[in-house]
Design a protein around this ligand. Structure first.
Ligand code: LUZ
Ligand code: MOS
Length: 766
């Protein structure tokens, strides 16, 4: 079975790290984690655990041979706490035992005393106390201050969105096998093999060439394994080094939910100014990002929030400020969308408030302000394709919006206990890592003497289908059938210095690297064929494994050609590197061209709300999405559907709750994700004739953008709520749980307790 085959995968035959047979001598590691959100460690006595059955050793910060530091962007995060703890779930000690059960039992016996210090959990409180993870940043275009007085209507308000648990099916896990000497082989469920390699080397005090990281596949990641797979692999490596035994480290679901970071909650203020007709003249926002106890990827996520503050719209005067606030919660981290969903929710909230104030439909404002070709983004880049408007018009053409609106209005007139709502949600998402240097990838391609092909790249397969896409690119480029190509594990010995598979760009960049390597091989093979056939190389084409001269089939086959090339001592291996061209960004001036291109699309969301129970269904979502020339329409439709449903979950039923620093939703019985029964009818269409010159085989990235269509679910629900209670102002506090629906419809206040709308909101109208 190869790494990209769907049949065996859906039959459950794929091997994840947890499925691999135990190597001889295997031991298991478990961690003792902090039980208070902020405190001084006053006693840490491991002796009660040391004598337990099966326990081999207990490691603390004092046993780290290199640096006790796992921070990536900012070096502010110890692997194991020393002196102080900063969040519940922070690893303090590691117990290694014969079984995972014994290791956990050992951790429970360690005598730990912590003197609690007051913690901070609210990002606005942290900001007020000057507790930021990195300095705040402001992005601006035009002159906001000078524009307010020219506006017909100015609305201010507040919008909050909660965090989100990744809930990848496979929890964080690693298996480390000591090799000769100091060398370690690490099997890790990570999106970032090189980060695991680099941080392990740093913590163990070894050179990177002593560490091999191998990744076969992940059981889901969604950003949760971009930075946060690392500590578990490093902990296992630390134990493997200390004991010279293979070590497994696997978080239980509960440990994973308690200890690992999630999507950042944001609390934001907005101010929007418009003309009478709904044209947005000015927009201002401040985002308070709840960063948790260490920087992790928060600074990059905050940057992406700023770069998506204008959503799919042209906003001529804009000023947005983002603060990454340090709190005593597990460091929040990458999650599909990477800060863009949060800032797009704020703008959509502002648009809703403005629509309310102007007495027009929010879709009028949305449509009027959509980006056109050549419009400037707040960071100075220009919109290169008019696909924001194209996708919106295609929604209008395909789905008869006025007809749907009439149907919904009629339904709402005829029903008192149940109401329907609709909303449109345009998405514009920039493709490329915002840290320019990460936009590079590499591939290593071998053709074996039987004509079969082996491709290694830096891309990690996490269920998103990147291997299926790269097989397609390699087979197409070489002109052979897909079944001749296999994709190998992602391995730091074969492909070095990999960027994380993230930012939706895995197939884009690694596919391009594979394409370049395959072209080099093809050129060498064509030269051999030209010589064999006595024709010029440019007359030869290879398609589906058949060789043709000027379109006519010849005797020579792919297999014979490869074998002949080998006999002539022609290299059948190629390595290639790809660096996304042109992109640049200047953080001093907050301007540049950070993205290779943008992905566009629009969703039309329909919902029905039960006004007695507060429950609702998301009935149907129809999407027109720009996938460029899709590399693999089946995979892309899967990403569209999966991303959409994950976004709907974030906006509706997934409610991450904390009591101080304690996660109250740390089990599957208290944290609800959409199940198959709650999935709406989904109708996805890809824009036709949307070739993208800026990516591999004219495709577009797809991993993240569809998540943001889910934001439409929140506003469709608000639309239905307005049909029940036109007297109540909309509130912007996601997720829109059934409890919040009930509070809005029947509570004393028009919002629920956390936000005082009357104080937070103000409308100035001339
Ligand atoms: N990761 C990252 C990402 O390091 N930089 C990014 O810009 C990004 N964007 C989306 C998802 N992950
Ligand atoms: Mo990501 S949010 O790891 O692309």
């Amino acid at each position: 079975m190869s790494n990209h085959e769907i049949g065996p995968h859906v039959r459950g035959e794929s091997l994840f790290i947890g499925d691999l047979p135990d190597p001889p001598g295997l031991l298991h590691a478990a961690v003792l984690a902090a039980k208070v959100a902020h405190g001084h460690i006053v006693r840490l006595d491991t002796t009660p655990a040391a004598g337990l059955d099966g326990v081999h050793c207990i490691l603390t910060a004092a046993d780290i041979p290199g640096e006790n530091q796992i921070g990536g962007i900012v070096q502010d995060e110890p692997l194991l706490a020393e002196g102080e703890v900063h969040f519940i779930g922070q690893p303090i000690a590691v117990v290694v035992a014969e079984t995972a059960q014994q290791a956990r039992a050992g951790a429970a016996q360690i005598a730990l005393e912590t003197d609690e210090i007051p913690g901070v959990f609210d990002p606005r409180e942290a900001a007020a106390a000057g507790n930021l993870l990195v300095p705040s940043r402001t992005l601006s275009l035009g002159d906001v201050d000078a524009t307010w007085k020219a506006c017909h209507t100015v609305v201010e308000g507040r919008a909050d969105s909660a965090g989100q648990e990744h809930l990848y099916l496979e929890t964080q896990t690693a298996l480390v096998i000591p090799q000769e000497g100091d060398r370690l082989r690490i099997l890790s469920s990570t999106q970032a093999p090189t980060a695991v390699q680099r941080i392990t080397a740093r913590v163990l005090g070894l050179p990177m060439n002593a560490i091999e990281v191998d990744v076969t596949r992940l059981g889901g990641a969604f950003g949760g394994k971009e930075d946060q797979a690392t500590p578990w692999a490093v902990i296992a490596a630390l134990a493997a080094r200390a004991l010279k035994r293979p070590i497994r480290m696997e978080l239980s679901r509960h440990e994973d939910m308690v200890m690992t970071g999630k999507r950042h909650p944001y609390s934001s203020d907005f101010k929007i100014g418009l003309d009478e007709d709904g044209t947005i003249l000015a927009y201002e926002a401040t985002y308070y990002q709840n960063g948790g106890a260490a920087a992790d990827l928060s600074p990059a996520i905050l940057e992406r929030s700023l770069l998506h503050s204008n959503g799919s719209y042209f906003v001529p005067n804009i000023r947005v400020t983002a603060l990454s606030c340090r709190t005593n919660l597990p460091p929040f981290t990458a999650f599909r969308g990477f800060g863009a969903p949060q800032s797009m929710f704020v703008l959509e909230s502002a648009i809703s408030s403005a629509a309310e104030a102007l007495g027009i439909d929010r879709s009028v404002i949305q449509k009027r302000n959509l980006l056109s070709e050549g419009d400037t983004f707040p960071y100075g880049m220009r919109a290169q394709q008019g696909h924001a408007r194209r996708a919106w018009s295609e929604i209008e053409q395909r789905f008869d919006l006025p007809g749907l609106q009439n149907e919904v209005d009629a339904f709402n007139r005829n029903h008192t206990l149940v109401k329907r709502g609709i909303a449109l949600m345009p998405v514009c998402f920039g493709i490329s890592f915002t840290s320019t240097f990460l936009n590079q990838a590499a591939a290593l391609v071998h053709i074996y003497t039987d004509g079969s092909v082996s491709v290694s790249t830096g891309a990690v397969e996490m269920g998103q289908g990147v291997n299926a896409k790269i097989v397609g690119v390699a087979a197409h480029t070489l002109g052979i059938l897909r079944d001749r190509v296999s994709i190998e594990t992602t391995n730091t010995l074969r492909v070095a210095n990999t960027s994380p598979t993230a930012a939706s760009s895995g197939a884009d960049m690694n596919g391009r690297a594979a394409e370049i390597a395959c072209r080099a091989l093809l050129d060498r093979l064509k030269a051999v064929a030209a010589d064999l056939l006595g024709v010029r190389g440019d007359r030869i084409t290879i398609t589906g494994g058949a060789i043709e001269v000027k379109g006519k089939a010849v005797e020579l086959t792919w297999e014979k050609l490869v074998s002949e090339a080998y006999l002539r001592r022609v290299s059948l291996s190629a390595q290639a590197h790809y660096a996304t061209p042109k992109i640049h960004y200047d953080r001093e001036t907050e301007s540049g061209e950070p993205f290779a291109y943008h992905v566009f699309g629009t969703a039309l969301v329909e919902t029905t709300v039960d006004g007695l129970r507060g429950t609702y269904t998301i009935d149907r979502v129809r999407v027109v999405h720009d996938a460029g020339r899709s590399l693999n329409p089946l995979v892309d439709m899967g990403q569209l559907e999966g991303g959409l449903v994950q976004g709907i979950g974030w906006m509706t039923v997934e409610e991450l709750l904390y009591d101080g620093g304690r996660n109250l939703t740390d089990t599957l019985s208290t944290y609800k994700v959409p199940d198959i029964l709650s999935v709406p009818e989904i109708e996805g269409h890809f824009l036709e004739d949307a070739d993208n010159p800026a990516a591999v085989m004219k495709s577009k990235a797809i991993g993240e953008p569809p998540l943001m269509y889910g934001i439409g679910a929140y506003f469709a629900l608000l639309d239905a709520l307005r049909a029940f209670r036109p007297d109540r102002r909309p509130f912007f506090n996601a997720p829109m749980t059934p409890e919040r629906v009930l509070m809005h419809l029947h509570g004393d206040r028009c919002d629920e307790d956390e936000i005082d709308m009357e104080e937070a909101d103000s409308i100035v109208q001339r």
